[in-house]
Ligand binder design. Structure first.
Ligand code: NAD
Ligand code: UD1
Length: 337
């Protein structure tokens, strides 16, 4: 089965492509390299022994999408391509609406033209806004607190409307919690541009000596140790979740929504501790004010995915730290090396 993977050279896309190859799928990658490097492909080939087809281009280029879908006999699309920096989305909202929302609409139009009716979309737990309780299930109310989150919510709503008008499609919205970790080979991982916004890449850059000190955003949350609690999920588990979705509901008409999380929360201090243990390095940190827009706790109720997809996250925080450290220490400058 040939599957178009938009954003296939990015962090989650590249790990998913590797697992697709292992499972006998043929991923066809399409990426504009706005946040990834072409050398990712060498790594995929090194690990899997197969070099997947890569189309360099943009999801806003409908002609290219249609041509690619026809040329490679695509029968489903996994759509990772998108911009994901919350801060940048606040300063450049139109870029986010254009890339994430218009880009997805363009992709769906191209799929329609080619009669491809299976779509798996990368959504985010950010669509739950500031949840009133945890754990969060798929029936919780949705809202957005920044343009990035709003772009994800808009896409979900557009796809819902589109599905109502086209009930012979299979559309899956996967709401990721906090993806971390790296491929166990140490050859693929997260390679953020500039100063990392997210916790795990920041911690690992402190441990490897690239940054001096981690700012812990808030020590006065109503959580056991006062720091924010999140549902960190290993990128390998997350990648498997896409394949489970493709196998289980990729051929069933409907709009399918799943949380992909572990159902367990970890605090910032617990993540630091896990990382120090994995790396045998001290992670210097200091407590600073809360980051605006952050919530105290956010973790998933992942039961729906377990029941319907037969998928559940298997890897613990310790493994996430070990694999992140292997990637970071083998590739201190990411894919530039
Ligand atoms: P990433 O930036 O590593 O990967 C996204 C890829 O899409 C990059 O390779 C980028 O070059 C490509 N891309 C962006 N715009 C494009 C366009 N217009 N045309 C073609 N390619 C384009 O990010 P990721 O962490 O792998 O995230 C993948 C998806 O999952 C994104 O949609 C993101 O919003 C979503 N998501 C990520 C997280 C996370 O924490 N990583 C959490 C929830 C949801
Ligand atoms: C952030 C985004 C969210 C996005 C998610 C992707 C914000 C407000 N939210 O969520 O939209 O979907 O990433 O994974 O940016 N922390 C520190 N110091 C740091 C970085 C983070 O203490 O340098 C803390 C945060 O306060 C939080 C936890 O670590 O408690 C996790 O932060 P992060 O990795 O940025 O993820 P989210 O805040 O969950």
């Amino acid at each position: 089965m040939n599957v178009l993977v938009t954003g296939g050279t990015g962090y989650i896309g590249s790990h998913t492509c590797l697992q697709m190859l292992e499972m006998g799928y043929t991923p066809v990658l399409l990426d504009n390299f706005s946040n990834s490097k072409a050398s990712v492909l060498d790594r995929i080939e090194e690990v899997s022994g197969t070099r997947p087809v890569l189309i360099t281009g943009d999801i806003l280029d409908k002609n290219l999408l249609v041509e690619t879908m026809k040329r490679y006999g695509i029968s489903a699309v996994i759509h990772f391509a998108g911009l994901k920096s919350v801060g940048e989305s606040v300063s450049e909202p139109l870029k986010y609406y254009s890339n994430n929302v218009s880009g997805t609409l363009c992709l769906v139009e191209a799929m329609s033209e080619c009669n491809i009716k299976t779509l798996i979309f990368s959504s985010s737990a950010t669509v739950y806004g500031d949840p009133s309780t945890v754990p969060i299930n798929e029936g919780f109310p949705t809202s957005a607190t920044n343009p990035y989150g709003r772009s994800k919510l808009m896409v979900e709503e557009c796809l819902n409307d589109f599905y109502k008008a086209n009930p012979d499609w299979s559309i899956t919205l996967l709401r990721y919690f906090n993806p971390v970790g790296a491929h166990p080979s140490g050859k693929l991982g997260e390679d953020p541009n500039g100063i990392p916004n997210n916790l795990m890449p920041f911690i690992s850059q402190v441990a490897v000596g690239k940054r001096e000190c981690l700012n812990v955003f808030g020590g006065d949350y109503p959580t056991p140790d006062g720091t924010g609690v999140r549902d960190y999920i290993h990128v390998m588990d997350l990648a498997r979740g896409h394949i489970a979705a493709l196998n289980k509901v990729g051929h069933s008409k409907g709009i399918h929504i799943y949380n992909l999380g572990t159902g367990r929360g970890s605090s910032v201090l617990e993540m630091i501790e896990a990382f120090e243990k994995a790396s045998n390095k001290k992670v210097a940190y200091k407590m600073v004010d809360r980051r605006p827009g952050d919530v105290a706790e956010c973790w998933a109720d992942p039961q729906k995915a377990q029941k319907e997809l037969g998928w559940y996250a298997q890897l613990e925080v310790e493994q996430m730290a070990i694999d992140t450290w292997r990637w970071q220490s083998n590739n201190p400058n990411g894919y530039h090396d």
